[in-house]
Design a protein around this ligand. Structure first.
Ligand code: 1PZ
Length: 229
């Protein structure tokens, strides 16, 4: 096993973070949501340097939301001692009230920033579902780009789509993918077991992500924010 296990990607941490991001009132806790993404960044970083610009992009978006959160004292209208960036809905209410959300041109809001992560979560949902249904020999790059074309490409420029196409060619193969997701037992006979466990964890993770995605989607829809520039 590895020396620095704790810093490696662990899919169960993605599962835990996204599961605990949803409260009984169907609120999304931003801290947990961002933690889920932190773990996904570790996964991206384990895929190698060509994917580097994608993890940089995600880290940048996470940084923007965290920076806004740090710099936002609760106003009087908001709960006493309350953190306006505690949940997705409180962030939306706060930024709308503070006039931070620009519906016509690009602005620096948590709402427009998290919307990019939200769309990426859609991509991830589609991709992981496809991976779960895949069989040995299927190309990860192909699964990736089918999901990309559906979930993200419509929001990206032609140039960016070409760059993504190049990056996806450098993706590891399916076996390597499962090794990253499920840990690395060396014994040959453990491979089948590892893949079964991996599939189960994948399924549960997809469910957790789907729940977060659907609640987030409703909140953006309710505020007419699905197209924020
Ligand atoms: C498993 C391999 C990963 C494949 C990733 C699939 C393709 C993702 C392509 C991401 C391109 C990132 C470059 C920057 C794009 C930005 O212009 C846009 C819009 O932001 P704006 O310019 O409006 O501020 N950013 C995004 O669309 C966010 C995309 C994040 C993609 C993350 C995908 C990985 C998810 C986790 C995987 C474990």
């Amino acid at each position: 096993s590895r020396l620095c296990r704790g810093r490696d990607f662990q899919i169960h941490r993605v599962l835990t973070a996204f599961n605990s991001a949803v409260t009984g009132e169907r609120e999304i806790l931003l801290e947990r949501y961002l933690e889920g993404w932190d773990e996904l960044v570790k996964f991206l970083e384990s895929l190698g340097t060509v994917i580097g610009f994608i993890s940089q992009e995600v880290k940048g978006k996470l940084g923007v939301v965290r920076e806004l959160r740090r710099g936002a004292p609760a106003t009087e209208e908001e709960e006493e001692g309350g953190d306006p960036y505690r949940t997705l809905r409180s962030m939306m209410a706060h930024e709308l009230r503070a006039g931070l959300v620009d519906f016509r041109r690009q602005s620096l809001s948590g709402c427009r920033t998290l919307l990019r992560l939200h769309r990426a979560l859609h991509w991830l949902q589609l991709f992981l579902r496809a991976v779960g249904r895949s069989s040995a020999g299927d190309s990860m790059g192909a699964l990736c780009s089918v999901a990309y074309n559906q979930a993200l490409a419509p929001y990206h420029s032609w140039l960016l789509r070409q760059a993504v196409g190049v990056a996806l060619v450098a993706l590891p193969d399916r076996a390597e993918f499962f090794r990253i997701v499920c840990g690395e037992e060396e014994e040959e006979e453990e491979k089948g077991e590892r893949e079964r466990e991996g599939r189960q964890l994948l399924e549960r993770t997809v469910l957790a992500i789907t729940r977060v995605y659907n609640i987030t989607q409703e909140a953006y829809q309710a505020n007419g924010m699905l197209d924020l520039p």
